[in-house]
Design a protein around this ligand. Structure first.
Ligand SMILES: [Ca+2]
Ligand SMILES: [Ca+2]
Length: 524
């Protein structure tokens, strides 16, 4: 987009706000020529007065996708979100139209400066292990603060534990300048937020709850020309992230754009904490040629729809990953067999991109135009992986692999008559928790995922987010949290889709230097 500033800057003196270095008020009027849809990034403190698109501010039909359904609603011809981009807090203004003018005031030089980059929140029992990770982070110039959950719960107000954690993160952003948050514990040691979807379908009302760590990352939203705290409970009834489709209820207003880079290491016990800390240290201090392998796993996700979705998406991503050698494990030629997957993973790879069906305990897909399942790979097989520190980052373009609340009732629902009640590690986490190999990090869905893949490429849902993730890496985002958030931002700027953005979470260290420090340095 070409931005042309026609009216200059009006300088006014304004009173400084408490805690912020505010001294000057600026007023700007920008004009844009666009090609249907564009996003501009305005300063975090921009107070948008007026957005006129195509000469008017009339509402337009706006496509909103959720749970695989597209809803058309009347919306203003623009969308405003508050988030983080290239480490800076910004206001995203997405405009739908051909020509637009945007009038806004902003106070200059608001920034949250402080002494720290990374906040690690951990239960007491993992404190020692994550202090060791903090030492390693400091050695690489990432100023790290470790806080125990006991301290969080006793020092911060909130209606429940998750809200106390969120207020702790907010204060750490504003006072300490942190940009990254590592949640160091599984959901039974460190809570996750559940949001609730209400939907009417064929006359019946359904509701679904979904666990998501995006709650901790989305700290701010926009309201009446100002940035405000994003509580995720704007109707103030103690239920978070409520949304009603086709049935009666008051939605909680949610922004969805992350304001800090969040990842979770879902450690169940001290042994897992020791393993993942050791893996991160060795991975970042190691590196090697193996990183340039791009492992691709897929098949025909939806047989009979003309496109071999999984293999198509594998190719689509391989085409943008210049400098990487694609290594295909496909249903069409039988190379997706578990034995071949194990042997291929032994040699390592920088990324593994899986596109197909997922479960809390594995993956499986189909041969082209064949309804039978093939390529089944289950959690226990991970125990046989001995790839050492040649560890991929896995993107699971699939359902349920990061179902952090995986338990025996899920297995009973899938026909396994389990007589006891128990919780289990999900597939996406087990790759990371496995000692001696597996993965360094993964991105997966906590619930059923949807995808939109056409012959011109992905256009919505899981595959579109996956594509944005790899694109962000190739565009130079080499720290894992930034890579993922850049993908989320580009997704949200284009499609404001609550379901997909909430369910896909990062399991891993958000400050992880992708490929290790030596790899990164040798590229510079
Ligand atoms: Ca609520
Ligand atoms: Ca936000």
């Amino acid at each position: 987009m070409k931005a042309e500033v026609l009216v200059g800057v009006l300088l006014l003196l304004a009173m400084p706000l408490a805690g912020m270095n505010v001294s000057i008020h600026e007023s700007k009027l920008d004009f844009y020529d666009m090609n249907g849809e564009e996003t501009v990034e305005l300063p975090f403190n921009a107070e948008i007065e007026k957005v006129a698109v195509n000469g008017s501010a009339e509402n337009i039909d706006f496509k909103w996708i959720s749970g695989g359904n597209a809803y058309r609603i009347k919306q203003p011809p623009y969308h405003i979100g508050v988030g983080i981009s290239n480490g800076q807090h910004v206001v995203f203004l997405t405009i739908y139209g051909k020509k637009a003018s945007v009038e806004y005031d902003y106070k200059k030089a608001v920034s949250f400066n402080g002494e720290y980059d990374l906040l690690i929140i951990t239960p007491e029992k993992f404190y020692k292990e994550f202090s060791k990770l903090a030492e390693h982070k400091e050695k690489h110039g990432i100023k790290t603060k470790v806080i125990s959950l006991n301290e969080v719960y006793s020092s911060y107000n909130g209606r429940d534990e998750a809200e106390k954690i969120k207020y702790c993160i907010k204060e750490s952003v504003e006072k300490d300048g942190i940009k990254y948050v590592l949640l160091a514990g599984d959901i039974y040691n460190l809570p996750i937020r559940y949001v609730v979807y209400h939907e009417k379908w064929r006359g019946r009302a359904y509701n679904f709850s979904m666990p998501t760590d995006l709650y901790y990352a989305d700290l701010y939203r926009y309201e009446n020309g100002h940035v405000v705290f994003s509580s995720w409970d704007t109707n103030n009834n103690g239920v978070y992230g409520e949304v009603y489709y086709g049935c009666i209820g008051v939605n909680d207003t949610i922004d969805l754009y992350p304001d800090v880079y969040v990842g979770r290491l879902a450690c169940r016990n001290v042994r897992e904490a020791k393993t993942v800390v050791d893996k991160i240290i060795k991975y970042e201090d190691g590196g090697g040629e193996w990183f340039k392998r791009l492992l691709l796993v897929g098949g025909d996700t939806f047989p009979g729809w003309g496109i071999i979705e999984g293999e198509f998406m594998n190719e689509y991503v391989a085409n943008i990953m210049q400098g990487f050698t694609p290594v295909k494990m496909w249903a069409s030629d039988g190379s997706i067999s578990p034995l071949n997957v194990e042997m291929t993973m032994e040699k390592g790879g920088g990324f593994l991109y899986y596109s197909g069906h997922g479960f809390p305990y594995g993956w499986a897909t189909h041969k082209p135009n064949n309804e039978n399942w093939t390529g089944r790979y289950f959690t226990p097989y991970i125990l046989g992986l001995h790839n050492g520190y040649k560890l991929p980052i896995i993107f699971f373009d699939a359902c349920l692999t990061a179902k952090l609340d995986f338990n025996s009732s899920d297995l009973r629902n899938d026909g396994v008559p389990l007589p006891i009640n128990a919780t289990f590690p999900c597939f996406a986490w087990y790759f990371i928790a496995h000692k001696g190999g597996g993965a360094i990090a993964s991105i997966g869905a906590t619930r059923v995922a949807f995808t939109g893949v056409g012959k011109n490429g992905p256009y919505s849902g899981a595959s579109y987010l996956a594509y944005q993730f790899f694109k962000a890496y190739m565009n130079g985002k080499t720290r894992l949290g930034e890579t993922f958030v850049t993908a989320q931002n580009n997704y949200l700027n284009h499609i404001w889709d609550r379901w997909t953005i909430q369910e896909f979470i990062l399991l891993g260290d958000p400050t992880l230097q992708i490929g290790g420090y030596s790899h990164h340095n040798s590229q510079n």
